[in-house]
Write a protein that binds this ligand. Sequence first.
Ligand code: HEC
Ligand code: HEC
Length: 382
Amino acid sequence: MKKLIILSLLATVILISCQKELSPDQANGVEPILPSNLLSYPKSLPKHITTSTGSWSGGGLDTLSLNPPGNKITDAGATLGRVLFYDKKLSYNNTVACGSCHLQSNAFADVKPLSRGFDGNVTTRNSPSIVNAAFQTSYFWDGRIAKLEDMVLLPLNNHIEMGIEKIENLEKKLESTSYYSKLFNDAFGTPEITKEKLSKALSQFIRSMQSFDAKIDQGQTALNSSEKKGEFIFNRNCFSCHQGANFRAGSENGNTKNSTSVNVNAFANIGLELSYKDKGLGEFIDKREGYFRIPSLRNIEHTGPYMHDGRFKTLEEVIEHYNSGIQAHPFLSRQLLDWNTGTQPIKMDLTAENKEDLLNFLKTLTDQHFMNDERYSDPFVR
Ligand code: HEC
Ligand code: HEC
């Protein structure tokens, strides 16, 4: 018995010292656990989204967004994307994965206002939920990148997020694992690991993340009386911006940094400040200080803290902001201006009961299936 304890102690000491010697460019031994048959990923939209005619219908969502030419979703491609998304080896020192900041249990947002990167430093903005991202035509809070395939490589090089200096080193590191050659071969027909394939697979996985299975998806008749009253309040005060099947504004028209045809209506200034430190769209476009992308409210119950800087912990605080806290920023979006004065922020004058109803309506956007769906879960968890 004593011998056994000493032996296992010794084994632990050896294990720990081995781990310490791991150089940042080396992979460690952890392998993903995948089912023997490929899981089937969605490649089209559910029927109620493409055919419904109610107020939450379509909203510009189409199947082509899921399967852009040159990178259609395949089960093997999305599976590779899933492994990459959760693999900490994608960071410089094997400490952070995409899934460390985008948590499935929180509809792929982070629970912290700002997220911790590979070196312990924090991001400058709140990690957004990345659900239904296929339908966006620009990415990030300020829409500065137009193509998902370009976007997904940026966190790797980011000096706060994952800290990979040369993508070639990452390709080599992934080659040294026991599992990537096969996964790349299954997905793309050749085992070589390249950044193009890496970006395609991550994009397929992200586009496959669909969340259209909440209570609201069963139609208005499924709502109870409080939720219905909440929907009425929502339609009056919020729908002008958070609209369509995804509860966000329509197409952004691409890269806001360089494009002159940006649809600024997909962004808004909601008067969080009188003067914004983080200027959002205002960094690239005149008179757009404080404009941030109108986010989807799908699963909003679980994606807090809220806003681009994670300033509000709860939905109650968010509702109170819209009800009584909007600041008279010079570029405040017109939907939030008082109709009489035209210059002062709107006062929604919601009663305690109104706020409760609105909150109950927002909770009908929660899709539990999505947040527990094996296809989007961490394959490294034992
Ligand atoms: C350290 C935390 C962190 C890590 C790691 C991370 N992200 Fe993010 N992600 C963020 C933050 C913060 C933003 C918002 C940045 C901004 O708007 O300027 C973001 C934005 C995004 C968006 C855009 C969402 C939108 O609504 O426009 C996508 C997609 C995304 N990340 C995917 C990934 C992928 C794929 C990886 C892994 C390769 C990854 N992220 C790794 C924190 C992280
Ligand atoms: C003028 C357009 C506009 C209107 C009207 C509007 N919103 Fe928003 N909403 C936004 C924008 C833009 C953001 C992101 C702002 C930021 O981070 O600076 C946002 C953010 C949010 C968030 C946080 C999302 C996240 O992922 O952090 C919630 C929740 C929300 N809005 C709910 C509502 C509700 C409820 C109403 C009605 C009472 C409403 N909104 C009215 C544009 C609008």
